[in-house]
Design a protein around this ligand. Sequence first.
Ligand code: UDP
Length: 570
Amino acid sequence: RQAAFRTDLSVLLDQVGGGKESLSFMKRRIRRLAPQWATAANRLGAKLGQRWRDQKKILIHVGFLTEESGDVFSPKVLKGGPLGEMVQWADILTALHVLGHNLKISMSVKELQGFLGVPPGRGSCPLTGPLPFDLIYTDYHGLQQMKQHMGLSLKKHKCHIRVIDTFGTEPAYNHEEYATLHGYRTNWGYWNLNARQYMTMFPHTPDNSFMGFVSEELNETEKRSIQQNKVNNMAVVYGKEASMWKQGKDSFLEILHKYMEVHGTVYYETQRPPEVPAFVKNHGLLPQHELQQLLRKAKLFIGFGFPYEGPAPLEAIANGCIFLQPKFQPPHSSLNHEFFRGKPTSREVFSQHPYAEEYIGRPYVMTVDYNNSLEFDSAVKEIMRTKVEPYLPYEYTCEGMLERVHAYIQNQDFCVPEPPFIPANFSRLGSASGSRVIRPLFVPLPNSTALGWASNVTAPAAWPPLSSLRLLVSQEGQSCVEACQSAGFICEPAHFRFVNNKEALLEVQCEVVDSEINHILPAFSVMRRECSLQREPLLFSCAGHSPKYRRLCPCRDFLRGQVALCRDCL
Ligand code: UDP
């Protein structure tokens, strides 16, 4: 069946149900943003024209909100606990509904069992028949519950699963045997999925897919009125929980207070939290729309280093604030910071909000060393002088999210085994089933070798399409994430299978070519003139790096403001 855009959200609101504070938060958000989603649906509809879109049967099982996982979030919704996940799930539900798919929503193990048609009760009763869904969106908690209640059949059906995973999962942590043997085992990873089945909150781990969420968009009248009503010396602090204000914040808060009136939205029960200095005007935790109103007046939104990578800075920038945040030197990661410990990633985080720093940047975002009071002082002064317009990257608008999720749903298929890449010399040119000739481009990278193929090659239709592929060789010790980025591209894990062959390594002139199971491959060692190909496709990894190896990197182009998609991706 063909999917038709929906602009009426009442059916979705009924499906979400009620009772818990977390669900009420999500429903308030869905209602508040409904007009924006409707406009976005109409726009994307016009953009896509008459294109066929398959209507999918989709199960959404929100594991972290189930009683069975302890549901630690719901009681914290009104107390300053993490809301980012709730924001994202509300937006995922809305996007899938608006795109016109057929949804079933589960927030308990009982509902999960009902939808899957497995007998209720404990223990692992495998699902015997076919899976009644094309796609299942869940999270790590939900995955665990499905394992418990679907038993062995989970393995058979896992290509249909998408895991919403805020901070991302790198391939080395996802491959059970490899993770166990090489010290990448954590509480979360080792599901042996294709790493692109994990979907993140920000586009920080190109090995995963970028799901995202949305932020409020303003029309021209609102933008103008915001600019007229900005209070140049008003700052709002990013941190709704008192613990985020603990320790060592006094010195730069004092500096800030020299120039600006400082506002906070810190949760409190009866008394002012002692961590919050007396000069701070604390509003208490605000409902989302009231926070937006506060941000519309403020000039500066200031981060204290925690929480990492949340939605609030995007909302602040969308409401015309400048976001000031601390630089992390050395960077935070699962190796040195409690928060990231045990998360299935080695990603290094160089500031509180790397997306804001790298994708938005000045004048909207200033990333400074908070220990350097001179640098901090001059940043605050600069912010007071600087005029900015409200800004929201396209990928965080409703239309941008719909476009991206549409593209994933119609094009990503992890159930059909990906055929190995065959260089032209060994294959029939222009053979059946949509094969086509491609010619990857040479891309020169400073201090690194650019490669291309000597001959044309054929490959079955791929997504992202092969026209987007740019082949690069990293420097020693550099990951493909960095190598692609420094050439203005993004690493594309789906393209690894096209560069994991002798042809691609032709120009490197290796004396030996072997194949191994290692997440930095394909790569070559300069010293030993040795090239190694990857033997385990699940370990193709943009993130991997090793001091003695130069990696072969499949990069691709991307759309400005929509990094998940390439020029020919739609
Ligand atoms: N938020 C809110 N009231 C407040 C402060 C924040 O509703 O007083 C909302 C905010 O609009 C954002 C969400 O909380 O969408 C998550 O914010 P944050 O960036 O702090 O991420 P978290 O750590 O909660 O995931």
